[in-house]
Design a protein. Sequence first.
Length: 271
Amino acid sequence: MLGGMRVSVEAGVELNVRHREGEGRPFVFVHGLSSNARLWDELAAHLSCPSWSIDMRSHGDSDAPANGYDTATAAGDVATVITELRLDRPVVVGQSWGGNIVVRLAAKRPELVGAVGLVDGGWIDPSATFPTWEACEKALRPADIDGLPADQLRQWLTKSHPAWSPAAIEATVANLRVRDDGTLERRLPIAQHMQIVRSMWDEPPGPYLPLVAAPALLMPACGPHEAKAKAVLAAAELMTNARITWYPDGDHDLHAQQPARLAADLLPLAA
């Protein structure tokens, strides 16, 4: 059964958390930048364990405060959710920027984390990709799509991702708010989006990876011989107890594309 709740992470700031019942060690899911918790629903349905999926600040149905748009605050918010819900050393899984959040959490609050799953993220370091912040900012600034018809986005997603289910398409549309007239507007404003990107530039996960003592599974959307694999292998080498499962045919949103396979690969972390 899928339900929801609100969790206060600081005065005046509540995050929306989606909950699915089950038995065994709990899972906590952390989405990527400008994504939302609904994208974990299909994966969670394939697990026998209970799960909690968090909408981060200004994402999904969570509050949109004026501040807190950086990886360190996000990791603190996840720690607060785990503590407030009294979860016993859950498996914490993050996708893309969410992976960076999980690495930071596991390094700084190891007592809260039983195991770590990193879905095409956790090793993302823009400063290793771009020569300057200005180049990074120009390349990664999102498009201003406010006013785009939601049906146009649905059609594009369906054409671009034929393996995705209708539920995954709708969950992705929910990254944005659908207005009464059927057009879209951003939930996460561009300014706050870029604050998060800047935090990823300023504080990459590299220094935190050796501090992750919990068992970790890295799940990159690439094969071991692709150029992208170099950063994945380097991250695994830095970690205490890490292994890699490669997805050479994977989308960046692996949890939308292959939820059943991802769930099967993650489930042993709960043992």
